[in-house]
Design a protein around this ligand. Sequence first.
Ligand code: IVH
Length: 693
Amino acid sequence: MPFMADQDPATRAAALRAQLLHHAHRYYVLDEPEIPDTEYDRLFRELQALEAAHPELLTPDSPTRRVIGRVLDGFAPVRHAVAMLSIRTETDTTAAGAMAFDERVRRELGLGEDAPPVEYAAELKFDGLAINLRYEAGVLVQAATRGDGETGEDVTQNIRTVRGWPGAGGQVPQHLDGAAPAVLEVRGEVYMRRDAFERLNQRQRERGEKTFVNPRNAAAGAVRQLDPAIAAQRPLSFFAYGLGETEGWTPPETHSATLDALSAMGVPVCADRQVVQGAAGLVAFHQAMGARRDALPFDIDGVVYKVNSVALQKRLGFVTREPRWAVAHKYPAQEQMTRLNGIEIQVGRTGKLTPVARLEPVFVGGTTVSNATLHNVFELRRKGVRPGDRVIVRRAGDVIPEVVGRVPGVRASYVPNFRMPAACPVCGSQVLREKGGIDHRCSGGLFCAAQRKQALLHFAGRRAMDIEGLGDKLVDQLVDSGLIRILPDLYTLASDAGRARLSALERMAEKSAANLVDGLEKSKHTTLARFLYAMGIRHVGEATARDLARHFGGIERLIDASVEQLLEVGDVGPVVARSIHSFFRQVHNREVVQQLRGAGITWPEHDAAVADTASRPLAGKTLVLTGTLPTLTRDEAKALVEAAGGKVAGSVSKKTDYVVAGSEAGSKLDKARELGVAVLDEAGLKGLLDAAR
Ligand code: IVH
């Protein structure tokens, strides 16, 4: 809400307090925020500024003065032995934010200009829920939320189900390794990885259930779920970042060494942390992690800097609710509020109709976003968004931006509920929905220009026919001008007549025409697997295409295969088999195959299986994956290895050819070193995979 000029400061302060309390309750207690964090921060700062200008307006219960959060009915309260405080947030996302913190620390420590730089522990700021884990004699006896900082909620049963992610660690240990102190409280964050979150929401969507706004809310909701069985179904992970009460243990003298010690006890600690010197070190860390933010498997909303020396931390002490020795330094928000200008329909390669939000452009997650997906009509209705609404847009990682919900408020006038059109907005064909399914599809097939464009882009893709020089813009032109009606038309562009027509296209430079013709020529020598994948048969991804190529050896046998014969292929199940079968029963699809071959597309037909093995760089090799890779999930890495003919094993032995290690790689990496097995990082793995391309 904009500042009301006609409101006097006292009325405005009261209104802000009421709003902040309402939103804090939605966020901390119900795990269902209505507004993005940036909006909350804005209101918070406005109140802070008002209170600073008019100290008489400050009330003891002002949200600016206390840690908000309350025990939810149903959980037993837990009084923290050592208060769980929050940290100051530096919202200036530029280098100045880090410099301001260093300056404050130096001033408060009384360090002159010539004094050496202060040493800091720099960490990621995980976007989840703070948890205190209490271990007595090495056994997990209690887990509690922060609550109001003094008293939290007993969520032990739910926290026991925090299992981490296959191969990436993150499990809350039930027992500590090694000689355990009498009491050790570990503080850290329970969070949900982005892949886990996407999968959870996908499942919710398929079941027609409510989706979660972001991984933080999904994680917080799971931890504070009264039924531990439900909590157990939500894939959660944990990272430690500090200590609470300890007894019978002298913690190390630095924060970084404390985290090392926790890690040695088997507590998950994020490997992306660093000990740095002075402001320059903080700035470098902020920048380096900012550049890697999208590639991390989980959301972070900033980094955290802590004075590394515990002795200096004690000297610095606390102010009201925050330690003076730590600060959170933010990154640009991944959620923002904007206006929904309209809803349009996009038609995908398989004809799927996706409602897309046209937005008032907004800077979110590092880029300006003006379109965002609304997934499907059911999802859209559940969210209840309509043109004119204020909505929350989220863009995290390289996931496509999405509208996560609307900000409650009055609608200007009556806006009708959105309906899926009965006819495709691109080609006018009938729109159908499978019985019980959630997706609407255009029935126009390749008659529909939208589907044709997407099919062409897929056909030309790097993993398919790999046609250089054929991008979206050109595809639009080729289809819209009528130069390309069916896939084989593409290759007629390489003829003299085709070239002439190409050059006649608007803004088509001689050079781009030549590049495309060149790209088309090169693409003609391919493999059967690539060709099959390029055809865009529903449910046939790269791996299935390879399996089919290997199994049948040639395309004729595949075209003639019955559903039963298709079912004999490795991972092909009934849905996939039926899809392939019905694809080749359609005369026009068989004609397309013949025409493409007639245009000169070839592959080593009879030796398909042999050629395939030779082009499979990891054929006969056994790999072991360990730790968190920077960009690939465990499943993705496994799929890539298998697609390249390799096998992924669970443990390292003399027979292992390579160990692929990411961050937090543990005993498997040690074993590899012990046995002298070659160790690769993600880049090394990709290098191997690309070797045969
Ligand atoms: S240290 C006394 N370190 O951010 C210092 N907090 O207000 C205690 N958070 O909700 C916090 N990552 O749960 C610290 N590496 C990190 C963190 C972190 C995330 C959360 C924490 C709290 C908020 C800080």
